[in-house]
Ligand binder design. Sequence first.
Ligand code: SAH
Length: 256
Amino acid sequence: MPPFPRGCVWLVGAGPGDLGLLTLQAAWALAQADIVFFDALVNEEVLRLTRADAELSFVGKRAGRPSPKQPEITRLLVTAARAGKRVARLKGGDPYVFGRGAEEAQALVAAGVPFRVASGVTAGVGGLAAAGIPVTHREINQAVTFVTAHDAGGGLSERLDWPALAAGSPVLVVYMGFRLMREIGARLLAAGRQAEEPVAIVCHATTIRQKVIRTTLERLAAGDAEGAEAPALIVVGEVVALAPVLSPFSFAESIA
Ligand code: SAH
């Protein structure tokens, strides 16, 4: 394993939830860290891998209270590193997939703080697999697109070219789209995707609360997603139709 020197920050991916999906590199980083800054989507069981004397600092959004702003988080990372600590910055999934890890890395570089990334299993791959949905299948799709539906203000991103996405990507995996599912469905239908196209809403993937709601694009656009809960991924495409075949056991049974 690579050394974790004092004064260094590791951006660590915690995976989508299941402890088994944490990488050995992440476990190694957590075992050595003097301080761990962690987010809301991290399975807190992971923190049992830290040293008994490690400082644990929650920097996510909780119970309606806003999370610290990004500049504040980077300031905390830089200050801890400059104090000679081994700093682990723990994020759900992979730190570089819609997780602002890249922004934090840029800030560390700008501050002259050495860092490295311990990649994690992103929810859009590992979480889908736990739901029986492969992101690619040779006979179905030669491309897959990871999309964040959000813009910085929380509305549907206008920077996305929905017609191009609809035409160019047979499978779309939408992060942070839960509250925007109607608009997402409507945009894809308007761009020519089929009303009957299969859709899955994969909620709390890889955890004991995992729930997979299978629907169609038309029903998604109508907001018909009974039982769905955030955090969730919205998966659009024919790979979703494989779920009944590839997940013959419920998640709870398969981990028993
Ligand atoms: N860096 C993370 C993604 C952060 S964005 C990663 O690589 O997975 C947060 C979004 O990720 C959530 O809104 C949701 O869409 C998705 N997500 C993260 N964990 C999830 C889980 N266990 N189940 C379903 N969706 C999840």
